[in-house]
Design a binder for this molecule. Structure first.
Ligand code: GLU
Length: 277
């Protein structure tokens, strides 16, 4: 049986229109457009890593990453409060990204080649370095003194991987949050805690009985993490543009002054020759 020519033309045109609307619908699902429609951004941030993301006495989440996210919300949605923060840790932040429970993660997260296989990163917005913290009266004064010691880490951090590589026979104690990790150091369950110098500065600011060793084991460039998906590319590119503007207009420098003013950069001995992998 042959279809009349007219019906065939109408049918083909309908298919064409459905195809177009289908494409338009797909386009609408782009994460950046979704955020615009929703009117807020959902960011995964730390609650346990002063001064980047922590819960303050007033029970609000604050820090460098938090302020930076607010600046991005301002640039995308015109409102620094158009952002919802959800807690992530070193070990669950990649899942928060891949499962889509957050739009992106801003959580002291180092850009590494391994992580780049699973998620996308923004351009770097801060460079930290892996360091070691011990009680002031500890006999540990250099990284080499760590041999045979119990070393505390946050599970899923680059510091955990690096220290395991450096001291394959060391006893490593892993915790889900830096709050738990530091409390293990305080109660003597471990001899040293290793993480980024930024996070150690946060602990030192409140706990003067501890010290940070001078050496830095790695270079840790922080980036925002995104789902590896074509739908997130506009958001990532927009955030990269915003980061560039925030660096050029001095906003990032101001945030560094506000949150990270206790550096001892003259006294740092950098051991790392290349970025963390
Ligand atoms: N920046 C390092 C990382 O991405 C260590 C700090 C952290 O646990 O977030 O793993």
């Amino acid at each position: 049986m042959q279809f009349p020519r007219k019906i065939l033309i109408i049918f083909t045109s309908l298919l064409f229109i459905i195809g177009i609307t289908g494409c338009a619908k797909k386009q609408e699902k782009d994460l950046f457009l979704e955020i615009k429609e929703r009117g807020k951004i959902i960011a995964g941030v730390r609650y346990d890593a002063r001064p980047f993301g922590f819960i303050d006495e007033d029970e609000k989440v604050k820090g460098f990453d938090i302020d930076l996210c607010r600046e991005i919300a301002y640039r995308i949605l015109g409102d620094r409060d158009a952002i919802e923060f959800r807690q992530v840790t070193s070990s669950n932040r990649i899942f928060a990204i891949t499962s889509g429970s957050v739009d992106f993660v801003a959580a002291t997260m180092s850009i590494t080649r391994k992580r780049q296989q699973i998620i996308n990163f923004s351009n770097p917005y801060y460079i930290a370095g892996q360091a070691v913290m011990v009680p002031k009266n500890s006999a540990v004064n250099t990284i080499n003194d760590l041999a045979g010691k119990k070393i505390i880490v946050s599970l899923g951090s680059t510091s955990e991987k690096n220290i395991r590589k450096m001291f394959p026979t060391a006893e490593i104690l892993g915790f889900r949050t830096y709050t738990d990790a530091f409390s293990a150091l305080r109660t003597g369950r471990g001899d040293a805690l290793t993480t980024d110098d930024t996070i150690i500065y946060g602990f030192l600011s409140e706990n003067p009985d501890y010290k940070m060793l001078r050496e830095r084991l790695t270079r840790e460039p922080y980036g925002f993490g995104f789902k590896k998906d074509v739908k997130t590319l506009v958001l990532r590119d927009t955030i990269n543009m915003a980061l560039k503007e925030l660096a050029q207009d001095g906003t990032i420098a101001k945030l560094e002054q506000k949150w990270l003013n206790q550096t001892d950069s003259n006294n740092i001995e950098i051991k790392a020759t290349e970025d963390n992998v």
